[in-house]
Design a protein around this ligand. Sequence first.
Ligand code: DC
Length: 232
Amino acid sequence: MSDKITIAIDGFSSCGKSTLARELARELHYVFIDSGAMYRGVTLHAIRTGCIVNKEINRRMLIHSLESIQLKFQLNPETKIPELILNGENVEQQIRTLEISNFVSPVAAIKEVREILVAQQRTMGLSGGIVMDGRDIGSVVFPNAELKLFITAEMSIRVERRYQELLYRGMKSSRKEVETNLTRRDHIDSTRKESPLTQTEDAIVIDNSEMNREQQLEVALELVEKAVTYLA
Ligand code: DC
């Protein structure tokens, strides 16, 4: 039996899920998939093709345009981080803007969008050895994942992390704008009808408010070891 497990990481926005997932995958030589990037890719495509105009989403047009979206990940040879490719174009930078963050939650609440992306995510995880982060990974995408983590952190810390990330990427914003966006997304993501963000009963909670990246990774690696030992 392969000792490569499936690791599902869920939680609210900007809790450090993707950072943890990426570092875990690097340590374990697993595949890392940032499922939020896929929802961001669909949102970027929707804006570019006129499915979102004057802050209004044309739901029918967007659902129709799903046929013309091809998403995949490609490893950046320098950073070793998988980057999102939308219809052949690397859009890793474009999907991280506050504009995309402002529209992505309503787009991700659309049933047809979720059906297509969840099917693709399941295919990516068929052979195990995957760390995927998102909102519905432990509850819907991989309900049988051997390890499920639910990441939380205090709002002020999440705001600061996202604000610094945007600054690092050269994008202008304010802490207030970031906090408004996070609060709104948390609300939409956890109250939507289609697979809302929930903490499953078998998920282990990690509050990383007081942890640095190394400490968070260490805690998670211990949990992976336990999960793998339990299976052996
Ligand atoms: O992780 P992120 O902030 O990049 O995710 C962007 C949005 O996509 C988030 O507001 C909710 C949505 N999302 C989702 O509904 N399900 C997932 N598995 C991942 C993200």
